[in-house]
Structures are given as C-alpha cells and as structure tokens.
Design a binder for this molecule. Sequence first.
Ligand code: ADP
Ligand code: MG
Length: 702
Amino acid sequence: MLNVKLNQTPIEYVKGIGPYRGDLLKKELGIFTAGDLLKHYPFRYIDRTEFHKVNEINPQWPSVQVVGRLIRLSEVGVKRARRLVGVFSDETGSVELVWFKGIAYLQKLLKVNEVYVVYGKPQLYRGVINITHPEMETYQSSSSSTISTYIQPVYSTTEKLKKSGLDSKGIRQVMLSLIQHNINQVAENLPEYVIESNQLMGKREAVRAIHFPKSQEELNSAVSRLKYDELFFIQLGLLKNKQLTKEKFKGHYFSQVGESFNNFYFNRLPFPLTNAQKRVVKEIRNDTRSGFQMNRLIQGDVGSGKTVVALLSMLLAIDNGYQACMMAPTEILAQQHYKGIQELLGEGIAKVHLLTGSTPAKERRDLHAALEAGEIHILIGTHALIEDKVKFKNLGLVVIDEQHRFGVEQRAKLWLKNHTPPHMLVMTATPIPRTLAMTLYGDLDISIIDELPAGRKPIKTVHFYENRRQRVFGFMREQITQGRQVYVVYPLIKESEKLDLLFLEAGLEGLSREFPLPEYKISIVHGQMTPKEKEGEMQRFVQGKTQIMVATTVIEVGVNVPNASVMIIENAERFGLSQLHQLRGRVGRGAEQSYCILMSGDKLSKEGKERLQIMVETNDGFRIAEADLKLRGPGDISGTQQSGVLDLKMANLVTDQELLSHIRNQVIAIFDKDPQLMLPENGRLNAYFQGKKKGMFWEKIS
Ligand code: ADP
Ligand code: MG
C-alpha cells in the first residue's frame, strides 16, 4: 500500500502531466493517480554495461543493444513495401534499421548524424543484418538520468502517448521527478518482523529501485520485495475473508448422523468407499457440526467418486431436518446425476426432484410449491436452480458440481437462498495445481480425493498420426464386436461453431463409410443441436442402441457410460491437457480395459509432441494440471479466466510456486497468533484493512 496521498493525487496533478496527458494516461493505461503511475513498473531495463559492437551481432540473438550514429535515412518502396530504412554504424560496421509504420512521424523525429542507443531483435535479410522497429533513444538523453548511470527503465506505452511526448523516455522523466519529490510519501506496509525474517528491502527503497536501480543486485532485491508484497497481500485478503466468513456466518448445525444416511450407507451403497472418500466425508461431517458455515472444495480426478460423497453429505442434511440441492453445469449432467442418485437411493430414503430449463411450466409450479412446503428433500438441476422463484423451506446444503463452470456470482446467489447461508460443497474434476488453488480458492477449504475406486484398470493411452487411421478403424471394429462402445471427439473451435461442425462432418463421412448401417449405428452430438436433440442422441448411446458416439466436447463433463471403452480424440493437439484428461475420463468406468487414442496431424510442433507425450505417460490429473500450468500459463487452465487474482504484476504463478506456499504459511501463522490483527507489531496490516474499508484502496491489491 502506498501512502494515501499518492493514491489520492489525480494523475493530471503530477508534475509534467497536466490535463491532456492525464486523460490519455487514464484511457490508454488505466493510470488514474500518482500511486498508479508509481506502479507502472518498467517492463525491461537497458543495461548500459551490455552494449555490443555492430560486427559482433549474431542474428540468432533475441535482442541486441548498440550505440552508433544514424548515417542515412530514406524512404524506399511503394504501397505495402513502403518503408523507412536507416543506416546505422559504429566503428566496426553498419546495420540497417527498418520501419514499416509511423514513417512520417519518425522522419521528423530522427536526425541523421545523431548518436543513438538502438535496441531490438536482429535479423538476417538478404545477407544484411537489420533491426525492424527498433527502440531508439538519443545517446545523450539515455545518459542524462541523475539517479541511475547504468541500468535504465524502459516503460510500456502506446502510440497516442508517444505522440504526446510520453514515450518510454518521457515516462522516465516524469517518473524520475515524481520519485525525487514524492518518494517520502511511500510508506512501509509490511510488519518489521516480516521484513526482517525474509530479509526484504524496504518498500520505499524498492519502489525507487524498481524504477531506477543502481545495480543489478539492487534491482533483484527490489523485484523480490515487490513480489513478496504482491503475494502477501493477496493471501492476507483471502485468508481474512475466510476468517470473516467464519465469524459472520453461523452455520447450520448438523448434530446427528441419522436414518437416511445410515440406511443408505449400510443397506444400499453397492461398494465400499475408498479411503479417500471416507476421509472427505469425515471432513464434511466435521465442518457441518462446527457451528460455522462450510465452504469446501472437493478436487478429485474423473471417476474418483465425488457424486457419492456429495450424496452422503446431502443425506446428512436431510437427517438434520434440512433440504439439499445440487447444481450441474449442463442439462445432460444434471439428468445423469438425477437418475444416478435415484438409482443409488432406491425407494423411501429421500424425495429427489429434477429441475432444469426444460422442465415444463406446470411441473415447475408444482415443484416450487412442494419445495417451499419442504416436501422435496433433494433438488438436482442446472442454472434453473438459481432463479428467484425457486425457494426452499430450509436449505441446509448446496452442492455445485464442476464448479469451475460457474462464476462466483452464481455461487453467491445460491448462498443467499436461505437467511442462514447453507453449507457449500463445490466439486471439480479439473485438478488445479496447488499454487493456483491457493490463489484462486484461497478462501475455501480444500479436500482432495486422490484415489480411484479399486479394480479400475488404468486407461491405456497412445498417440497416433494420420497414417495409423486404418489400424484405428480396425481396433474400433474389434472392440465393438466385443460389445464395447466408442467415443470419437472433435475439437471445439472457439472462433467458430461452424468450423466445429466441419471437423465433425468431415470425420463423420469417413466413419460412416467404415461403419455402415445397419450393422453399425452412430450417435452424433454437437453444440448446434438443441438440448433435447442432444439428450436424445446421448440416450441412444447410453442405452447401447448406438455403438459409436461422435461429438464435439459437449461430452466433456460428467457423462457416465461404463460400457464405453475407447476414447478417440481427433486433432488432439488442439486441446488443452486438462481437457484431454477430462475427456479420457469418460472411459475406464467399467470393468473392461479401456483405451484412449490421441490422433494428431503429421505436422506437430515439438511442444505439441511433448504435450501429447505427457498424456501417454501419466493418468495422474494433478501431474497433468501442473504440466499444463507450466506449458500454457495459468490463463488457460479452466476456471481461471474470470479471476482478476491472476493479474499479477510481479509474481509468476509458475515460477514462484515455492515463494507462494511460503508466504501463505506465514500469513496463516500471523492469523493464528493474532486473528484480529490487534497486536502492535501487526499495526500496518490492520491499517491496510482499515484503509480498504474506507474504500480508498478498493481497487488495489496493495
Ligand atoms: P466423478 O468423481 O468423476 O464425479 P463419479 O462420482 O461419477 O465420479 O463416480 C464414477 C463411478 O464410480 C460411478 O459409477 C460410481 O458409482 C463409481 N464409484 C464411486 N465410488 C466408488 C467406490 N468407492 N467403489 C467403486 N465404485 C465407485
Ligand atoms: Mg462427476
């Protein structure tokens, strides 16, 4: 947290900005205050100890920095080939500088015979080394800074800002003056003991040094400090939230394990629970009699048996006089849960109903009434559950399946369906790497089902190129002859639903030739069908009337067909690893050996090959999620997209995992010792929340 004054000083009042540039900064970079500007950290530095001579330049280098003179500047070519070409030399030789954009502007700006510092990516073009769209700065201005002599900040900016004088150099000048005059207003925000035990640089020094470091070591220290800061305050916020929830919300008290639970557990449950399932049921049991509201996330790989854990929890609610509901992201999944749960329960244990978008109006009205009268014990459904008209008599537990499909708001709406908020159990089959879970769901308790029911044979996975197509067809025939069923999945193309269909239709043509009627029957499910049509096709497959299910990824979630033993994924390179893993989880649910065949085009990047290789090597969802995080970054992992938590400026969720765990533990220890942050040593943390309450930092993490 910076000093209040800096965060309240409008950007236009900062020396060197004024109203015009101020408006631009707001629009272009979202910088509204002096404090915001200070947080506009450099994205790289010019290390003035790292200059190269022109004759040393290797076109393979990612970037190079040279000092030299602009010898010539001329416009060449016409129309699309029109460009500005500069000849740039030092005492060892010359390179070409090339611009395709902003030609008129640059012609005014650049001066022949001036000495410049040039930075960019070298390339070899027709035997000549050139640098396209280099960053240029006059040598003089690059050495004019009074604080730093060697390492200079480079700031991101935009065309419009550049035209108003706020190119990187312009920003540097404003920043320099701001820091010279106002750095004393930057206040320390971490407790002394935290700074000491982690050997951190002070906040003020770090803010100064991130912009104008005196040495590489100093820069490193500043980066460490600001990373620490960033992660610390995220965790502080999350854990404070968790604690507030506990204080504020008394939970329903499930005092007893009663008849519904016991009757089901001892008389109906067709299999023994795995140890992991037992452990999680116990955790839920403990939460629901703690007097506080439960907020628990269950992570468990596909097929790990989350549903039955949810069911046992719902029975617990019923035994204590409450109702329960379970929300699933799709109609198909909701129906499957409904049928599955009814089958498991049999008659007489609990009254279960289904509510989805396609429940007819009349039935819906009756259902609403029965629900309010408390005649329905368990309501299963889709988003339809959230509607205001759906009122419970006494909702004690909410289960959300595949929780990453729902936004926080939707969760919140269910939560508000009772004046005492119900216990919340959210489930996901997308294992989230630990660090990500800590950051995304740091305010939830987490249970992990890390064990599959006994007797499951691990799915065999292979990666084939197109040339094995005939063998794959042969294998499908073999499996179908043995009575098994086969999925063939095509990628969902984000940009175009039509393209999805094209992929699917092209594949379908080949399949129908190889697997002709009447011997073979094929179900087709894709995004452009109505829910009803989809359901019909799914049903045919579930009932074994068709042997092959051709689909886009609509079957990703939850669908359970134990007799299906082969999953073929076309264009597998187009899927994320976690998604592939989810799809693979559709098979291997019965007693038979199951297979997953990843088909890919012949032209596969090295990275693409590696990714598919990971799928071949492991069935462990957590390992796959970690790999996915490393390969693609957190933004691509399901469920992270809507979360602003991932807009980290300094820290990196992939490379700073250890630091994050360390910080989380420290923050937990702080709250353990001083839950209200009332000890004098935690004064700064207390002040942080006081400030937040007043709304001064509402949009700031720190
Ligand atoms: P998921 O965690 O993917 O939601 P499900 O709850 O759908 O998994 O369970 C997958 C299958 O495994 C279901 O058919 C379920 O009945 C079965 N199952 C669950 N727990 C066990 C167990 N302990 N032993 C044997 N089968 C189980
Ligand atoms: Mg499930």
